[in-house]
Design a protein around this ligand. Structure first.
Ligand code: ZN
Length: 721
């Protein structure tokens, strides 16, 4: 309790000076530095705060501190995912004669050097493959095993001899070295914590490697062969039968079955740590995990963990499975970090809605693959690359990719980016990995559309990363536009970090969500969000658990969709709540009927959207020409307020760069944080022109100025005295 005193006293002091926003931002910074990990939980109890901690949280909220640490905006990382589906990454010559040198490798390095991303995610280029052990193929993900160019006719999944494994390690080391030398800070290879491939009767696949463990053990520091058999390491259903999350136990073309493994099983856990240790040993900065939290296991190890947590697996399975993975993450970080004498980066693909915050408390990067699963995936048209598209009657782009669209329209990821921000945990950020609407250059990004897509995640998502390249980013001419967009956006953003970092949302309308409560509320929240688009409003999507009376009281309208359990203090505020929220059953029914007949489901539109539109009308911040597709978001801290303006009428397609029509004469009216006096308004553009100083008028906490023209992306910086 003593620890909580310091920030609270400071918070009151600053609140007294004036400026509630200032107070909340400073409060956050103080919380971060003085309270840190202890208060917000780390280590093994993070999924289950004990009674004492819960009591502290309730008390601290009454004193002006939120239940969860607010998420300050960050500069989004530049992330490129290249799984080497074309089998190039290890063809650097160091693994000759197993892996020969290939001209495509030179191209890869040249293009990487031109614009090295912050984070490069690669395929199965680890010394040991998580699902099969040491094998010939590299690159790809769980189900893809690219052939090796100079090994034609050989089974891509054949086991390597110990001598061949040495060559693979050399090739891997060279690859990582080259990537670092090219300027990439973080490079991480693909693993899956839950996938093993094998044929149990023929002892093929992972079984074959397991049976020959002793041939590798000493030379590669594997330690003694784990006791038991890999067949005992699988997830179990309630009856104790082997549980197959994917594939149902069927065999693929080569007779291998995909098993779903339990991360709590000591044998599988140890194998995972060996894989991670070798990843760190060859120089990688961390790992990239697919299938995060794909876990439905009732075996004795999961039972034991439940008991340790003081619960019952049949009563609270989700909490136990979450905890299983949080501990697994800790172990991975420890294993890799020990080898590297430092940190070990953890990234993963986690596509479920619940527990996003808990997972990003631990992971550095969490991927939203297209859109989050569950009801959401059916109902949210998202995950297609941001841009303005012509009518696509024959392209499946709507409703979980079941339908085309008969009219030209904007596809954007505003909702997903803003929800991702609301669902951010204490450590990492999200990566939106959408997909092109179709193959070919007409669906690829050009410089302008890629810039908007990146800026959308970075600004509306307060630092959300976005993937704008295709499957072969360093070997496809279709990605030339995306590379130019990356260059344009990140050159600008890195030169102006202060426009992106250490700020909190500062819009006029708040949609408050509670990420770990009922998902039906999120679906209704999306309806409201959709209804408020393109009307010149500054809308924030906020995590209710990160708010205080101070942060919410600055909003002209606070919308709380669904019927969530609200903290006591929030009930006292004027909130717009739903008279007819969607029930969990309604959402579930739509999901079920979709799963049955694949027809695009129609979900009831609740009254809340209409009510929000009506009440928000007086809060318009941007006066826009009719039919323009400009959307803005605002952020602020003690020094400045920043308004990002994006034009979403940017045509997609490689050949369409430079064809954006600028939106002119935008009148801006901003509500300033209390007590702030504006010194200067500067307007920046990613188009490369010099920042311009705008004339402005301040009356009380209202600021007015004009933006002459937004072509793709402008930033207005309001500097306080
Ligand atoms: Zn288990």
């Amino acid at each position: 309790m003593v620890i909580l005193q310091a920030p609270r006293i400071n918070l009151l002091k600053f609140a007294a000076i004036g400026g509630l926003l200032l107070a909340s931002v400073l409060g956050v910074v103080l919380v971060k530095s003085k309270v840190g990990q202890r208060w917000f939980g780390s280590g093994h109890n993070s999924a289950a705060p004990d009674k004492k901690e819960k009591g502290e949280l309730a008390e601290s909220q009454a004193g002006g501190q939120p239940a969860r640490r607010p998420s300050l905006s960050r500069l989004a990382p530049d992330v490129v995912r290249d799984y080497s589906y074309n089998g190039v990454h290890l063809l650097n010559g160091a693994g000759d004669p197993l892996y020969a040198a290939d001209a495509r490798y030179k191209t890869f390095l040249e293009r990487l050097r031109q614009l090295p991303p912050d984070i490069l995610i690669v395929g199965k280029e680890a010394p040991l493959t998580h699902s099969l052990g040491p094998i010939l193929s590299f690159g790809g993900e769980n189900r893809t095993f690219p052939p090796v160019a100079n090994r034609k006719g050989e089974d891509a999944r054949r086991q390597l001899t110990p001598d061949e494994l040495r060559l693979r390690i050399k090739a891997t080391e060279r690859f990582v070295q080259d990537v670092h030398s090219a300027g990439v800070k973080t490079v991480i290879p693909y693993i899956s914590p839950m996938t093993m491939l094998g044929n149990k009767s023929g002892r093929q696949g992972f079984f074959q490697f397991f049976d020959s463990w002793d041939k590798y053990a000493q030379a590669f520091d594997l330690g003694a062969r784990p006791s038991g058999d890999p067949l005992d390491w699988t997830q179990r259903d309630k009856k104790g039968e082997t549980y197959f999350r994917m594939g149902g136990g069927s065999e693929d073309d080569h007779g291998l079955t995909r098993y779903s493994m339990c991360v709590n099983n000591p044998g599988w856990r140890r194998w995972q740590m060996i894989v991670a240790d070798w990843i760190a040993r060859v120089g990688y900065d961390g790992v990239w995990m697919d299938n995060v939290l794909v876990h439905r296991c009732y075996d004795q190890y999961c039972q034991a963990l439940a008991k340790e947590m003081g619960t019952d697996l049949s009563r609270e399975p989700d909490r136990v499975w979450l905890e299983s993975y949080l501990r697994y993450f800790d172990d991975l970080r420890h294993a890799g970090g020990t080898r590297r004498h430092g940190d070990f980066f953890l990234g993963g693909n986690y596509i479920e809605l619940p527990f996003q915050r808990a997972v990003t408390d631990k992971l550095d990067l969490s991927m939203v693959e297209q859109v989050w699963l569950g009801a959401a995936r059916i109902l949210w048209p998202g995950g297609v690359w941001t841009g303005y598209y012509p009518a696509l009657p024959n392209q499946k782009v709507l409703n979980n990719r079941t339908e085309g669209t008969s009219e030209a329209r904007s596809f954007n990821n505003l909702w997903i980016a803003q929800l991702a921000y609301a669902m951010r945990g204490d450590r990492g950020v999200h990566l939106l990995a959408g997909a092109a609407a179709g193959k070919g250059p007409e669906f690829a990004h050009n410089e302008d559309s890629a810039t908007v897509a990146l800026a959308e995640g970075a600004t509306f998502g307060g630092g959300v990363a976005v993937q704008v390249v295709g499957q072969y980013p360093f070997h496809s001419d279709n990605d030339v536009g995306a590379f130019k967009g990356r260059e344009r956006f990140f050159t600008f953003a890195r030169a102006h970090r202060e426009l992106y970092e250490q700020m909190l949302p500062a819009g006029d309308v708040a949609i408050v969500v509670f990420p770990d409560q009922e998902a039906a509320a999120l679906v209704e929240a999306q309806q409201v969000h959709q209804a408020l688009l393109w009307s010149g409003l500054l809308v924030d999507v906020l995590d209710g658990d990160k708010q205080t009376p101070a942060t919410l009281s600055r909003y002209g309208l606070v919308v709380v969709p669904g019927r969530p359990a609200l903290p006591q203090w929030m009930k006292a505020l004027p909130l717009l709540q739903s008279p007819d929220p969607l029930s969990p059953e309604e959402v579930r029914d739509v999901k079920k009927s979709y799963q049955k007949d694949r027809n695009a489901p129609q979900l009831r539109q609740t009254k809340l959207s209409g009510m929000a539109v009506e009440k928000a009308a007086a809060l318009r911040a941007l006066t826009l020409p009719q039919d323009s597709l400009v959307e803005g978001c605002a952020w602020a801290n003690d020094q400045r307020m920043v308004l990002h303006l994006l034009n979403f009428h940017v045509p997609i397609g490689l050949a369409n760069g430079g064809k954006v029509t600028p939106v002119n004469d935008i009148d801006v009216q901003l509500k300033l944080p209390k007590g702030k006096t504006v010194r200067q308004v500067k307007i920046y553009s990613t188009d490369g022109r010099e920042a311009q100083t705008a004339t402005f008028k301040q009356g009380g906490d209202t600021l007015k100025f004009k933006v002459a023209s937004v072509r793709v992306y402008d930033v207005c910086e309001v500097v306080f005295r």
